[in-house]
Design a protein. Structure first.
Length: 492
């Protein structure tokens, strides 16, 4: 086996008894940096990236045609030769399930022949939406172990912690997005900038009723602030002359329907991700909203909430969630394609008229308890953390999981994802053998005699790390998004 020109692992192994200990630079890696290193190994992501680079011009042309005709003309024979993952059925990517370590190409025609139950009229050309499918702002080359650096507070995975919210103040306006240019040249959202703002009344539009010179009612659409005063009371004498009246000017509603108070705020949290990271962003938004009400409406924050006024959490499909139409609409938009990293949503309701810290502590406890229940029920596949030592001491569970998956991907094809492959990697990493060529590939030509040599039980360590690494690469990297380096060290 020839030694590869590139290292087999993106993070170098450490000579000695702790091959997966962190270097000083690795100890400063954030959750987003760890998440990308796992996502880039995801076989579906790698295959989708390849298909996007190779997307034929024919598909781009077909997108502009009537959706029912491109399956009927002469080009359909050409289309059947394209990879099945270029298409979707019932909003799901078409094709066999992704299996490690690679996704094999399958022509659409062959797949349709083996699945005669598929109705062609439901077949559509797929959108390659990296945000919906993987939670990342654009498609990045999986051969790169790192992402383009952003400003502090910005994230290529911002969509996984971006607040999905609604407030009781009908004039509230969310802050502006921060934008960055991806390596593919696309302008994408990577965070928020500035403070929240208030809409002006003239931004409200609707039906305007006027009376013309003939006394006829004329309806039009425009700014409601331009609507003439409406007569709500009139008194006439016996001769039919108006002697008293009361006209009322249109006033835009101040409170959003569904909220008991203008100071209430509802927001969505996905239990398939890091709860604390999402709450951190939503608490920042709540503070901005609170400051806006203090400044504009002289809101006086009470020292504590009255008895019985507590934060609530509930699922979006429960009756209590019905009034929160904006959040439910936003969540429905995320379900147009099966988002691989966000499925278990909850809505939390708080009131910024009371201290935020205590309310968010309560929400965090409620959501973490529910997350634990979902995990135990098998609904939520929370990754089991193999605590083999803290970030600054001994082997680190994330690095070990990452390196084992990378090593597994570099095995000869016949040994990938097999017991023989597991034994092979464990032997190469842990057991000193100067005649083992793969051992030399893993450790390099110099210093490899300092390999740990743990002996018995090494394969079990490998299998656990590989299972965890695959979980993190497939979708559970979402639990890392938004975590600081200190968060990860604490969670070790």
């Amino acid at each position: 086996m020839d030694a590869p020109s590139e290292p087999l692992t993106s993070l170098p192994l450490v000579q000695g008894n702790y091959p997966f200990a962190l270097s000083d630079d690795e100890r400063r890696m954030t959750g987003d940096e760890w998440a990308w290193r796992f996502l880039r190994l995801n076989p579906c992501y790698r295959r989708d990236y390849e298909l996007l680079q190779e997307q034929p011009t024919l598909l781009r042309e077909l997108r502009r045609r009537h959706p029912s005709r491109w399956k009927e003309d002469a080009t359909f024979d050409q289309i059947k030769e394209l990879d099945v993952r270029y298409f979707s059925l019932n909003a799901s990517v078409l094709g066999p399930p992704c299996k490690w370590p690679d996704v094999a190409p399958v022509p659409l025609g062959r797949y349709l022949a083996s699945h005669p139950e598929i109705e062609l009229d439901k077949l559509t050309i797929r959108d390659f939406d990296s945000v919906l499918l993987y939670g990342i702002a654009d498609w990045f080359d999986p051969s790169s172990p790192t992402l383009k650096e952003l400003k502090e507070g910005q994230s290529w995975f911002f969509s996984l912690v971006e607040p999905i919210l609604s407030v009781g103040d009908n004039l509230f306006m969310e802050p502006n997005s921060s934008w960055a240019i991806s390596p593919r040249g696309n302008k994408v959202s990577v965070g928020y900038e500035g403070d929240v703002k208030r809409k002006e009344a003239e931004h409200f539009y609707g039906q305007i009723k006027r009376i013309n010179e003939r006394g006829e009612t004329v309806l039009s659409f425009g700014r409601l602030i331009d609507q003439p005063p409406q007569r709500i009371f009139a008194k006439y004498n016996q001769q039919g002359e108006l002697i008293d009246s009361l006209d009322m000017k249109y006033e835009p509603p101040l409170k959003t329907a569904g909220f008991a108070n203008r100071s209430e705020m509802a927001f969505a949290v996905a239990l398939d991700g890091a709860v604390r990271s999402q709450l951190r962003v939503n608490q920042d938004m709540a503070q901005r909203f609170q400051h806006l009400l203090i400044e504009k409406d002289s809101l006086s924050v009470q020292p504590s909430a009255p008895v019985g006024c507590e934060p609530l959490i509930f699922r979006p499909n429960r009756a209590v969630a019905t009034p929160f139409a904006k959040i439910r609409t936003d969540l429905a938009g995320l379900e147009k394609e099966p988002a691989s990293v966000r499925q278990n949503w909850y809505i939390a309701l708080i009131d910024v008229a009371y201290p935020l810290a205590a309310q968010f502590n309560t929400v965090e406890k409620l959501l973490l308890d529910q997350q634990q229940r979902l995990r135990k029920a098998g609904t939520l596949a929370y990754p089991v953390r193999a605590r083999a030592g803290r970030a600054g001491k001994g082997d680190f569970w994330l690095k070990r999981a990452l390196c084992f998956v990378e090593l597994q991907c570099k095995l000869p094809s016949k040994r990938k994802n097999t017991q023989l492959g597991a034994d092979r990697i464990a032997k190469a990493v842990y057991v000193y053998d100067k005649d083992d060529e793969y051992h030399t590939c893993v450790w390099g030509e110099t210093g490899w005699e300092q390999a740990p040599g743990t002996g018995a039980g090494s394969t079990e360590v490998f299998k656990e790390a590989l299972r965890l690494g695959k979980d993190l690469a497939e979708s559970k990297y979402a639990f890392l998004i938004g975590m600081s380096a200190s968060d990860i060290a604490r969670d070790a």
